[in-house]
Design a protein around this ligand. Structure first.
Ligand code: THU
Length: 133
């Protein structure tokens, strides 16, 4: 699975976004070492703090299916009239760090042809962890 293919899947996933408040439709595609991809979209709520981002939707779907190891995630989205590169928010970086090491790759896309890759370690230094392994 190439980075570009994963970005394409993230863009497809944003079609299902429920974003009546921000108008920001976000999708994520999460790749396991076994080559399986779990997708997710953002799901907003009238009580704004209850909104869940696309990255956490994808991760929670995967974890609830028994997955525990991940290679990379692509994040992409659309907001009409704006040119946004979708980097995971701070909460999603912390949630990803529960299951993903510092070498986990995060591909942040502006479009199918315009994206950058960073490691989780670059985007989240000194993450909080109670894990002992
Ligand atoms: N959002 C995501 O789903 N992922 C990101 O990486 C950034 C933000 C969502 C949350 C909210 O529904 C909307 O985008 C605007 O913040």
């Amino acid at each position: 699975m190439t980075d570009r293919e994963l970005v394409r899947l993230a863009l497809d996933a944003c079609e299902n976004a429920y974003a009546p408040y921000s108008g920001c439709r976000v999708g994520a595609a999460l790749l396991t070492p076994g080559g399986k991809v779990y997708t997710g979209c953002n799901i907003e709520n009238s009580s704004f703090g209850a909104t869940v981002c696309a990255e956490r939707t994808a991760l929670f779907k995967a974890v609830s299916e028994g997955e525990r190891e991940f290679e990379k995630i692509a994040v992409a989205g659309i907001k009409e009239g704006e040119d946004i590169t979708f980097y995971p928010c701070g909460i999603c970086r912390q949630v990803l760090s529960e299951f993903c090491g510092e070498n986990f790759i995060i591909i942040s896309a502006k479009s199918e042809n315009d994206y950058t890759a960073n490691t989780l370690g670059e985007l989240l230094k000194n993450s909080f962890s109670l894990r002992k392994d």
